[in-house]
Ligand binder design. Structure first.
Ligand code: HEM
Length: 392
């Protein structure tokens, strides 16, 4: 009989094999330990994202607190339901949408070239720490309104959120301390901006003069919202970039094609996102009982969307375990869907396009130093913590 619990050693070690069995034998699975449901099939996960009638994000969408039905400790776009969510998101989108991403392109290209130049002499670079994270955190600083000089400090804080300790499930004491430090840091910036009368073309400026039914936003509320924007921007993207470099290295003929036809980078990115989605799951709290494939989902039960499983569902993707940059998938789950669809997807795609273009143009024959790599295997996010590549 198949079994699943996000903290099981088998899931941490080899998630895709467990997910394949779950999809085949129990695509809608009751997780007894949490009195919760886990969805493994693409269509069920997709439909779950579009369903705001049966589901709420009031308890957040991840971690043990969510599974234990505790109200979210942070007020963010990902913990507020419509209509309040939609009103705020519409405003914030200005700093994250397609035109904002296009406007940032020249700066991003400059940052990438600076990072590559700084490591050229040494002949190798850590694709996660020295490249992916550097670009992702700078984009986060630019769109949120944080000083660029604080980029390294912020990368360090966010990495601590995702640190795990043997014997502890979920976030560690140090992770919680890092979260508090991040709140304090952003709260300080928000207070300064408010004192200066608000304003500024970034998310901090917007929220410094934003009001809703509870009144004008306080520095504390701003800090919670911007913490999600910082984490969302900084953590996942570098992992996608690193696994993308690995897959292209493993498939030299596809890498060669990309080098010769950079116009294929957008399609390649979609496949990279599909093939190795770092976030293992996010979820919703059921607010109205309903059925999924004959299973009764009761009010109050958490429902987990197991993204990497949906992204390799053979009912939607032919030969899903084959990496193929020509696939042209019209739908993938890597940015979610519907109301809470990833706010940063245009930024992430822009960063990815620029990074692959630059690396493949300058170092088309890079080698991945797999023996020197380090993997992060957690119940929440998976991917490389370090992936050195040669610059030759
Ligand atoms: C490749 C990198 C990324 C991946 C794989 C990713 C993944 C996701 C997913 C799956 C969701 C849906 C959450 C849900 O439905 O519960 C989401 C939402 C979100 N993402 Fe991303 N994300 C990425 C990059 C970014 C970036 C660069 C930013 C910010 C600049 C960002 C900010 C957000 C925010 C704020 C939300 C919540 C949106 C809302 O609730 O309205 N993400 N992301």
């Amino acid at each position: 009989m198949v079994e699943y619990d996000p903290y099981m050693p088998e899931v941490l070690e080899d998630p895709n094999s467990v997910y394949a069995r779950m999809r085949a034998e129990a695509p809608v699975y009751y997780v007894e330990r949490f009195d919760a449901w886990a969805l493994f099939g693409f269509e069920d996960i997709w439909a779950g994202h579009e369903d705001t009638r049966h589901y709420s994000v009031k308890n957040g969408t991840s971690d043990l607190a969510f599974l234990d039905r505790e109200p979210s400790a942070m007020e963010t776009l990902a913990s507020v339901d419509p209509p309040a969510h939609d009103a705020l998101r519409k405003e914030v989108f200005r700093y994250f949408g397609p035109s904002a991403a296009r406007a940032l392109e020249p700066r991003v290209r400059g940052w990438i070239r600076d990072c590559l130049d700084a490591h050229r002499g040494g002949g190798k670079i850590d694709a996660v720490r020295d490249l992916g994270q550097q670009i992702a955190v700078r984009v986060a600083c630019a769109v949120n309104g944080f000083p660029l000089e604080d980029a390294d400090y912020l990368v360090d804080l966010v990495s601590r959120f995702f640190g795990r300790e043997e014997g502890t499930e979920g976030m560690t004491e140090d992770g919680y301390a890092a979260r508090k430090q991040t709140w304090d840091y952003i709260e300080g910036l928000a207070q300064e901006r408010m004192k200066a009368g608000g304003g500024g073309e970034d998310a901090l400026g917007l929220l410094s003069s934003y009001s809703d039914a509870q009144g004008p936003y306080t520095a504390e509320r701003i800090a919670q919202h911007l913490t999600l924007l910082l984490i969302g921007a900084t953590e996942t993207f570098p992992k996608v970039f690193a696994t993308g470099l690995l897959r292209l290295w493993e498939h030299p003929e596809q890498r060669r094609e990309l080098v010769e036809k950079p116009a294929l980078v957008d399609d390649a990115l979609t496949e990279i996102l599909r093939y190795d989605m770092p976030t293992q799951w996010l979820g919703r709290t059921t607010i109205e009982a309903h059925e999924i494939r004959g299973h009764e989902i009761r009010e109050g039960q958490p429902v987990m969307f197991v993204y990497p499983s949906g992204n390799r569902d053979p009912e939607v993707f032919e030969a899903p375990d084959r990496f193929d940059i020509h696939r042209k998938s019209p739908r993938i789950l890597s940015f979610g869907q519907g109301t809470h669809r990833c706010l940063g997807s245009f930024m992430a795609r822009m960063e990815g396009r620029m990074l692959f273009e630059e690396v493949l143009r300058e170092f088309p024959d890079y080698e991945v130093l797999l023996d020197e790599s380090e993997r992060l295997r957690t119940e929440f996010v998976q991917g490389f913590a370090h992936l050195p590549i040669t610059l030759s």
